[in-house]
Ligand binder design. Structure first.
Ligand SMILES: Cc1cc2nc3c(=O)[nH]c(=O)nc-3n(C[C@H](O)[C@H](O)[C@H](O)COP(=O)(O)OP(=O)(O)OC[C@H]3O[C@@H](n4cnc5c(N)ncnc54)[C@H](O)[C@@H]3O)c2cc1C
Length: 283
């Protein structure tokens, strides 16, 4: 049984005061689906635990002009049911709906998925594809904005400072007609973590030309990032079977250079082609 102080502030200011004093020795907890097993197994031994679920402004999804603001304590179930998310962030809705089973989706939060920094996270890669930005606050430095693509330094290690709290995930609204596709490959167990997932965002203009292509795999690299060579092959072209094949070759060539085991490569190729075709709506 661990011995730590438990804090449950009602405001962001109080939370930042606690983090300013406790810093490294303080563990933030949201839904606890990662933190509680880590406490139970004594993988972490904090002096204090800071529960953020009582802080009302950290919950919910709001439209703010051309932007969307998602509170880090918003659960996957809340995201999946949100009308605003269904309208503007269908990729996020799909990724959130693919996490664990209903009990995990009812507890687990978007902020926890980012800050845990797992290479097998399902929502984090979708956020990279959506170009999301993180609003981080601390008592000494105020507010700073960090692109989610730069937030993960290494598996399970973020670039957040010990006294910083993630206070929002920000999205610029993408133009109507933007296409999205997502797929997660996992074992049949409803609670299974991903063997791989792929998020794709793209635009296809009236002439059938591709632009703003973003391809982000998950559970295939130490840190999720966009696969530039495959995006470049597609950009400015009119898609056909041969172009899809060329992009799939570039996707797999890129992955060969990272830690994905060889046996996963043919599967990665075929999942990539399926997700790309889904985004192009040619399935
Ligand atoms: C059975 C099971 C199945 C799972 N299946 C999946 C799955 O299919 N896909 C998947 O992606 N994940 C899965 N997970 C992992 C987990 O549910 C997710 O990572 C979830 O998003 C974590 O959210 P949480 O609110 O529970 O985070 P917590 O456990 O509360 O926190 C996670 C980390 O984030 C930090 N943190 C949380 N909020 C903030 C904040 N606002 N500011 C700063 N730091 C913060 C915490 O300090 C901690 O380091 C599974 C977990 C379990 C136990």
């Amino acid at each position: 049984m661990q011995d730590f102080q438990f804090h449950a502030p009602a405001t962001i200011e109080e939370a930042l005061d606690i983090l300013a004093v406790k810093g490294d020795g303080c563990k933030v907890i949201a839904g606890g689906t990662d933190v509680i097993p880590a406490l139970r197994n004594e993988d972490i031994l904090p002096d204090s635990v800071l529960n953020i679920l009582e802080i009302e402004p950290l919950h919910g999804i709001k439209e703010e002009g051309d932007f969307l603001r998602v509170g880090p304590a918003t659960t996957f179930t809340e995201i999946a049911r949100s009308q605003v998310a269904q309208t503007w962030l269908p990729l996020l809705v799909e990724a959130a709906s693919s996490v664990g089973g209903p009990t995990i989706r009812n507890r687990g939060t978007i902020g926890g998925n980012i800050c845990n920094g797992s290479p097998a996270a399902d929502v984090l890669p979708a956020l990279v594809a959506l170009d999301a930005e993180l609003e981080l606050q601390s008592k000494d430095a105020g507010t700073r904005i960090l692109p989610v693509a730069e937030a993960i330094q290494a598996p399970y290690k973020t670039r957040l400072k010990p006294n910083e709290l993630l206070t929002a995930i920000l999205f610029k609204k993408l133009p109507p007609g933007t296409r999205y596709a997502y797929e997660k490959l996992a074992s049949r167990n409803a609670m299974a973590r991903a063997y791989m997932n792929i998020s794709i965002v793209l635009n296809l203009d009236e002439a059938g030309t591709l632009s703003d292509v973003r391809i982000v795999p998950g559970a295939m690299e130490a840190v999720s990032r966009r696969i530039g060579p495959a995006e470049t092959i597609l950009t400015g072209k009119r898609p056909d079977d041969s172009l899809v094949g060329e992009a799939a070759d570039a996707f797999v060539d890129y992955l060969e250079g990272v830690w994905i085991p060889d046996y996963k490569l043919p599967v990665a190729r075929s999942v990539f082609m399926r997700v790309l075709r889904k985004a192009l709506k040619v399935v």
